[in-house]
Design a protein around this ligand. Structure first.
Ligand code: SF4
Length: 162
């Protein structure tokens, strides 16, 4: 291997972070291989010093529930060649977006929480905020589809032979 690595970012927004747990569990089987092929530019679950620049692929988990997160997601997009939404919350907004469908009475009841936590009126899926290049469905994400997408990126960016 010529030393070229895929520069990956791993980001979590509003969710239970179970796709991150799946990802960590996958390291039991793949860590040795990934060490040689992947540079984790930004992955707070793995390290303290993170860099939000020159990312080949950003994997984004979770729904977007406020403007601050939406702006951060846009920043991630600007610094990533590809962006892949992982897990139902990111891909469809659900289950996090259930409150979008509350009746008006229920919406009124939770309004104080929306204000207290500075939340947006609607919960958005990732593709409602930025352009998405791929989606990994599942709650949490489906492992085989994630591994296949990762392999596709390794080929696309010339880290392994196509
Ligand atoms: S998609 Fe499911 S598992 Fe993943 S963060 Fe959302 S609720 Fe949790």
């Amino acid at each position: 291997m010529g030393g070229k690595k895929l520069r990956v970012g791993w980001f979590s927004f509003t969710c239970c972070e179970d796709s991150t747990m799946v990802f960590i569990e996958l390291m039991n089987d793949h860590l040795d291989e990934w060490r040689k092929l992947i540079e984790f530019r930004h992955a707070r679950v793995l390290k303290k010093n993170n860099t939000l620049s020159d990312i080949d692929v950003a994997f984004v988990e979770g729904a977007i529930t406020n403007d601050k997160d939406a702006n951060y997601l846009k920043e991630i997009r600007e610094n990533s060649k590809k962006l892949i939404a992982i897990g139902a919350c990111a891909v469809t907004g659900m289950p996090a977006a259930q409150r979008n469908n509350f009746d008006q009475e229920t919406k009124n009841e939770i309004q104080f929480l929306i204000k207290r936590f500075d939340q947006a009126d609607r919960v958005r899926k990732v593709s409602e905020v930025v352009k998405v290049d791929g989606e990994i469905p599942g709650c949490p994400m489906e492992e085989p589809i994630f591994l296949s997408a990762l392999q596709g990126c390794l080929k696309e960016f010339g880290v392994v032979n196509a």
